[in-house]
Design a protein around this ligand. Sequence first.
Ligand code: ADP
Ligand code: MG
Length: 249
Amino acid sequence: MSASNTDFVLAVEGLTVSFDGFKAVNDLSFYVDKNEIRVIVGPNGAGKTTVLDLICGRTKATDGSIKFRNRELTKMKEHQIVRAGVGRKFQTPSIYGDLSVFENLEISFPRGRSVFGALVFKRDAEVLQRVDEIADMIFLKDLLHTPAELLSHGQKQWLEIGMLLIQDPELLMLDEPVAGMSVAERRQTADLLRRITRDRSVIVIEHDMQFVAEIADKVTVLHQGKILAEGSAEEVKKDEKVIEVYLGH
Ligand code: ADP
Ligand code: MG
């Protein structure tokens, strides 16, 4: 199959990155549909985070192609990739602790930041409405004026997801978003992810197989930079190779 022109939101083909001769991602190909939640699982060091680094332009590919809505990302800079509609959440939250939930969302609104990072725009109705909508979606509507540093670990993770959502990315990538969350928070996060894919695609790296089964349309199992298996959560859980290198541990 050629990705030269596809209906896939994301088409990754032959993607390879070599760190001093070590191929952390090795001739990898996969395709993500519109409105899909794709979960990437695999043992530590499999190359999961590196795949997200490659897609968001933080790491340059040695070889291969990443097409997002038929635009080649491997040639673009990180900020251009963000502007093209790809949002990425890292493992550790990067919120502003001394700012309120409201302010964190407000500065993340696309028009909210000048080139100098200052708040220069009027708080117009559009921004207020969008902040409200997002706060509601991420379960923080009653905490709008709380300083972010006072939020629980799980609430901080939601806030960061909200800061990405307010930019309305067409592809959202989350690296272990429920790590350290309570069971109740995990359930709420699963619900949140299902709601946000009504208008976008999501790639999630996750270890908790119960959470994976709850959210995944499709699971890609990575091992040594290559795909070990791909399919529904049910299918990959039964896969002998997956049990041997990943689930059996
Ligand atoms: P995962 O997220 O699946 O645990 P990573 O993508 O973080 O795995 O790492 C995959 C492999 O690539 C690991 O062996 C890691 O040490 C190596 N690696 C990742 N980034 C770099 C880098 N910038 N330079 C050298 N090696 C790296
Ligand atoms: Mg990782």
